[in-house]
Design a protein around this ligand. Sequence first.
Ligand SMILES: Nc1ncnc2c1ncn2[C@@H]1O[C@H](COP(=O)(O)OP(=O)(O)OP(=O)(O)O)[C@@H](O)[C@H]1O
Length: 297
Amino acid sequence: MIHARSIVKNYNGFTALDDVSFDLEDSGIFGIVGHNGAGKTTLLKIMSGLLTPTSGELLIDGIDAVKHPDALKSRLGYLPEESRLYENMTVGGYLSFFGEIYRMSPEEIRKRSRDILHKLDLDAGDKKLGELSKGMKRKVAIARSLIHDPSFLVYDEPTSGLDPMTSRYISQFLRSIKKEGEKTILLSAHNLYQVEELCDKVLILQRGKRLMFGSMDELREKFGSVTYEIEFVVSDRSVLRGVLDNYEESGGVISAKVEDVDSLNDLTAIIASEGGRVKRIESHYPSLEEMLMQIGR
Ligand SMILES: Nc1ncnc2c1ncn2[C@@H]1O[C@H](COP(=O)(O)OP(=O)(O)OP(=O)(O)O)[C@@H](O)[C@H]1O
């Protein structure tokens, strides 16, 4: 469905994207993450035909998006990081304006606007766009991206700057679109918990380069840093010397973090041989946030 090959983008000699490739075969939600300046917006703009890459190939649904970005237009719904709305228009007027650009009939526009606004739980009445709250404005921008029922959505930071309730609502809304199974959604986000929760695949960019790409499970595996939390009791703590140096104790129960499975096996063998008892072992997989913190800029 989407094939990106060796995408490079130079801005006046500065390389913002450096040889980025990936393939997406199915519908679903695909997240792009990375620190500030990693190249997320640049990649999303290229994906939506707003920016031409310096080199590289991009095929979306068989369309060459580098040579024929206009051919993508009717299939694409783009949500920029900050959308400027026409302050004096009403929500209905605004959606009609864009529906007409996509040559939709007044009836189609009315029906589609009603459905989308209902799904987004947005009832702005006759208020002008300039009078709406930030969350409502974001919902209007999302409604606009969907008015022509595109199959491919490119959302730059869809929930940035929104309160937790609105942000959650938009996440759920994206999940409901995903459930319908007809659209591919590409999004960038700094809210990494949201990305973990929503996205089928994640691309991690670091200074313009593809650092990792895959499902959360694949990323965790590649990262290879499962740690273990263990709670146990053992009467003679001196047996832990050299095996477990840092631990906490409360009410006779020792709790500790163990960095790998071999150390965990060594520790549980000692506990058993000393007549102790393991109360709990939990594996801890790194979150996307922990991965990005470890990766650094
Ligand atoms: N028009 C431009 N001219 C020159 N440099 C640019 C331009 N647009 C972006 N850049 C540079 O390209 C790099 C990537 O920018 P981009 O906006 O794609 O990053 P980002 O990952 O979206 O960042 P953020 O998370 O802060 O939004 C940055 O170093 C930025 O300064």
